[in-house]
Design a protein around this ligand. Structure first.
Ligand code: R5P
Length: 291
């Protein structure tokens, strides 16, 4: 018969309870390392599996875009409602207080302006900067079918390689040239190429026909890009449709910060993304908060 001490001891070790091995909640991400998963879990809410990324990085190629002239005054008040802030290191260091605890997706590609060929980008931020700035992901523009297609793809694969060394995921942002067909075939091609070459998640535009084939043929999470400012109800409808058709969130800029009431709009977008709210109900919420 075991003595009393031994019984107590085996109780503390819970020898009869097996360790739990839980899968990771994000599509295609289960085989990533702990640090990668932890960073992704700071971008995507583990409860809903989705994210509201607030994109304010436009200045890296187009200067002070309408709504982003004073990020301190116009954008910082929106931060509490976002899951993630997507921006450049310049704005992060100069304007965002380090006491802010939201996750950061750092724009790391650049080198061109709206006055020149946009696809001719390079990597514009060292990996050490992403580490120093505590980035949860690094965003690289990929121009499938663009003049500098190959260079932009290689920018992305380089960041995937370097980021993997340090546990920082890479977000591939699919950029569409003016003369390209914005259809399901193009976006399936662009998102799948990025995923095959290692991007951890992908940002792409919504399309009316066949968006569900884009999300389903992409093995990693897809987030919807906002695009040009459209009426609030239309933007909420677009976000709703994208989510219902398999998007894991949105990365919206102009449709939030150029809205008549950015604070109300971001909360309405949140309702659509995290609570599956219908566009009509989210628009009611927008109007209530706006007034
Ligand atoms: C553009 O390349 C930038 O990455 C923006 O973050 C992106 O366009 C999303 O912003 P918007 O919703 O305004 O299109």
């Amino acid at each position: 018969m075991p003595d009393i001490d031994e019984i107590k001891e085996s109780k503390r070790f819970y020898s009869d309870i097996p360790y739990r091995t839980e899968g990771f909640f994000l599509k295609g991400s289960n085989s990533l390392d702990w640090g990668m998963k932890n960073r992704l879990a700071r971008i995507f809410n583990p409860k809903s599996g989705r994210t509201v990324m607030l994109a304010v990085d436009h200045g890296y190629f187009q200067g002070p875009t309408t709504g982003l002239e004073r990020i301190d005054l116009n954008i910082l008040p929106l931060v509490p409602y976002a899951d993630t802030l997507m921006l450049t290191r310049g704005i992060l260091r100069s304007i965002v207080p380090p006491s802010m605890t939201k996750s950061i997706v750092l724009r790391v590609s650049g080198g061109t302006s709206m006055l020149s060929e946009l696809s001719n980008e390079d990597i514009a931020v060292d990996i050490e900067e992403s580490i120093r700035l505590n980035a949860c992901a690094m965003a690289v523009q990929v121009f499938i079918g663009g003049e500098y297609e190959k260079e932009s793809i290689i920018n992305m694969t380089r960041m995937v390689d370097i980021g993997t060394r340090y546990g920082i995921p890479t977000l591939a942002v699919t950029a569409v040239g003016r003369d390209m067909n914005r259809d399901a075939r193009y976006f399936r091609l662009a998102t799948r190429i990025c995923a095959e070459l290692g991007a951890h998640y992908i940002k792409t535009y919504y399309i009316e026909k066949g968006f569900e084939t884009v999300t389903s043929s992409c093995p990693v999470p897809v987030v919807m890009a906002g695009g040009k400012k459209i009426p609030e109800l239309d933007a909420l409808t677009m976000a709703y449709n994208a989510i219902q058709q398999g998007a894991s969130g949105v990365d919206m800029g102009r449709n939030i910060f150029q809205s008549e009431s950015p604070t109300a709009m971001i909360q309405a977008v949140r309702a659509v993304v995290h609570d599956n709210e219908t566009p009509e109900k989210a628009f009611d919420l927008y109007n209530t908060l706006k007034n």
